[in-house]
Design a protein around this ligand. Structure first.
Ligand SMILES: O=C(O)CCC(=O)C(=O)O
Ligand SMILES: [Fe+2]
Length: 284
């Protein structure tokens, strides 16, 4: 029986999606033409969107058949992936203890499967996209960073979260500089990405506003309509965000691509240890 996890044809070549133009809609996003008028216009568009909305979506970035293929490749790996289920706070620990009720102590349920970087094949079109230099260079210019690197975390640089009925990602800030997400498969209902733009900054935590969100204040909560194939970029360390519970039989599958300004970054061991404890076959 053919191994569903392998996609190498008899001639030894990967089947399908071998060129970046089969994966990304380069007619709409010719990012390889660095310095061209069309890429310059796309850079300005991204900068305006980030300033205005703290989120920038490249609509239809991944071609629909490539997105469906990527989702299939990920879903074939759910059985070997980590099942994460925990109440967790929205913040990484700052080493202080905070009084009960403070936003730093409030926890939210997160539950999903996560396929880790090293479980995604080298020839996966999702990885080809992640490793495509013009995308990194384009986003570096959009963000205005002098340096901008793919994360080198063996576990978390490139991952995919699979959320089935009832799964959700609670309110949180990310622990790294920038995440791109690509919706690879949409659920029937729910599984919506919600965020509060720029609720904190490097100098202002704005705890009162965060506490209000936790108490149900919806005033500043945004819920963009995301479609399969859209690539979204947001600065998740300043933008509180979550994914609402998935409803219905179809999974939500999202690709997550991590970047940092400093080269050679890894994620903190705490989350990785939690993940590893929930990986099938890993001793406790
Ligand atoms: O699934 C998403 O759309 C966002 C996931 C997320 O926020 C995260 O993995 O940190
Ligand atoms: Fe996040």
């Amino acid at each position: 029986m053919p191994d569903p996890l392998l996609r190498v044809g008899p001639e030894g070549r990967a089947r399908g999606f071998n060129s970046i133009s089969e994966i990304i809609d380069l007619d709409r996003y010719p990012l390889q033409d660095v310095g061209s008028a069309s890429v310059d216009a796309l850079i300005r568009e991204g900068q305006d969107a980030l300033k205005r909305d703290a989120l920038f979506s490249l609509r239809g970035f991944v071609r629909p058949d490539a997105a469906a293929f990527m989702a299939g490749e990920i879903e074939a790996r759910v059985g070997m992936s980590c099942r994460y289920e925990a109440d967790r706070t929205s913040y990484n620990s700052d080493g202080n203890s905070w009084p009960a009720g403070h936003p730093r102590t409030v926890s939210h349920l997160s539950r999903y499967n996560q396929v880790l970087n090293y479980q995604i094949p080298n020839n996966s079109p999702l990885r080809r996209l992640y490793c495509w230099e013009p995308l990194r260079e384009y986003m570096r210019q959009v963000l205005g960073y002098g340096s901008f690197h793919r994360s080198e975390c063996p576990h978390l640089a490139l991952t995919s979260k699979v959320a089935k009925e009832g799964d959700t990602d609670g309110w949180h800030f990310d622990g790294n500089d920038v995440v791109f997400s690509i919706l690879l498969k949409a659920p029937e209902e729910g599984g919506l990405f919600e965020y509060v733009p720029h609720i904190r900054s490097a100098t202002e935590e704005n705890y009162d506003a965060v506490a209000a969100i936790f108490q149900g204040d919806r005033d500043k909560v945004r819920c963009p309509t995301l479609s399969v194939g859209d690539l979204n970029i947001f600065q998740g360390d300043y933008t509180l965000h979550r994914v609402t519970p998935v409803k219905g039989a179809r999974n939500r599958v999202v690709g997550l691509l991590c970047y940092d300004r400093a080269p050679g970054t890894n994620f903190g061991e705490t989350y990785i240890e939690e993940l590893r404890r929930q990986l099938p076959g890993v001793p406790a």
